[in-house]
Ligand binder design. Structure first.
Ligand code: SF4
Ligand code: SF4
Length: 330
């Protein structure tokens, strides 16, 4: 587990979002953990992929190397620094190889042109933020959602944070792709009221091509969560020409009906949205689906989602919805 300078356990957090309403019931505080073992082609949060702190580069904010240049002076690598300027313009910094990930350049930057993704936070620091909105949770049936990246990559810290929420009588939700050892999952689910997970493809080879890993462990963990009596929301991000075939959605629906049964309180078919492209640029990473990848017009994909929802509901008896804005059954 990560620790801070005082030796206290910490989570590495990329973002805390307040007043969210789509990832669990009611009004929630959502904590985004950094690090993910999967690399989905449509990921809109590339800053959460690496399990380490990293630099985001915003060239437009840079004051110019002639006027400022503090980042270069702060970098311990001297002439070997990976920070580069071309015609006075700051270039993406790739934090591999020579870079020591010390983040001294970001600390020195007065213009926030170099910023750090990932902050170490203790349970106490997070609980202080979480309890601020206790009255909203009480009024709306909300609470806390742990999200990522992949929560289970920091499962020991997640367990501690969820325990603290339980002690404070705050509803807990974990959103995870479940690509993790089952014994870690069992520990975390003991303190989880609702699990949100997803199935991207039922064919493990296609799943591997889309996400970097096969689906066997994920499906086994969904079965395990159901055996543990966990209430679940299951999602499929429906990505045109990647996993939106009727055959795939039917296979997912059959799995949910036959192997997970009543544990699924809602199955959500989520529309693909091209998001996060600016963040890819700031991290010096290409958009994995390709810069030119364009989804069909809204009317077309909306009609497609509604048709898939109808099939899943009527033919498989699984409580499907198009999107994540429908109220969850209590
Ligand atoms: S993170 Fe450290 S080593 Fe890397 S570019 Fe910045 S100052 Fe240099
Ligand atoms: S310290 Fe920041 S503003 Fe100054 S030159 Fe470096 S990146 Fe630009």
């Amino acid at each position: 587990m990560i620790t801070n300078g005082a030796g206290q356990p910490c989570g590495l957090v990329t973002n805390i979002q307040k007043y969210t309403i789509h990832d669990g019931p009611g009004i929630r505080t959502e904590i985004f953990f950094k690090g993910c073992p999967m690399h989905c082609l449509w990921c809109s949060n590339p800053e959460t992929l690496s399990p380490r702190q990293q630099l985001g580069v915003y060239p437009k904010k840079c004051l110019g190397v002639e006027k400022c240049g503090y980042c270069l002076k702060a970098c311990p690598l001297g002439a070997e620094t990976p920070i580069r300027f071309e015609e006075g313009q700051l270039q993406p910094v790739v934090m591999t190889g020579a870079c020591r990930d010390c983040l001294a350049c970001a600390d020195a930057c007065p213009a926030k042109a170099l910023m750090v993704w990932g902050k170490k936070m203790t349970v106490d620091e997070l609980m202080k933020v979480i309890v601020e909105d206790r009255s909203f949770y009480a009024r709306t049936g909300g609470g806390v959602t742990l999200n990522g990246g992949e929560v289970m990559l920091q499962w020991e810290f997640a367990e501690l944070l969820l325990q603290a929420c339980r002690q404070a009588h705050i509803h807990t939700c974990v959103e995870s792709a479940l690509y993790c050892p089952p014994e870690h999952l069992e520990r975390v689910l003991k303190y989880t009221d609702l699990l949100i997970t997803d199935i991207k493809h039922m064919d493990t080879d296609v799943h591997k091509a889309l996400t970097g890993v096969g689906n066997e462990r994920i499906l086994d963990n969904i079965r395990l969560a159901a055996r543990m009596g966990m209430r679940m929301v299951v999602r499929t991000p429906v990505v045109p020409d990647r996993n939106n075939s009727e055959e795939n959605i039917r296979a997912i629906a059959a799995f949910l009906r036959d192997e997970v049964g009543g544990a699924v309180i809602q199955y959500q078919l989520l529309p693909y949205r091209k998001m996060g492209t600016e963040k890819y640029e700031t991290l010096g990473m290409p958009y994995p689906l390709g810069e030119d990848y364009k989804p069909p017009e809204r009317a077309e994909w909306e009609a497609r989602l509604l048709e898939l929802k109808r099939i899943v509901r009527e033919e498989y008896g699984v409580p499907a919805e198009a999107g994540s804005s429908q109220k969850l059954p209590v």
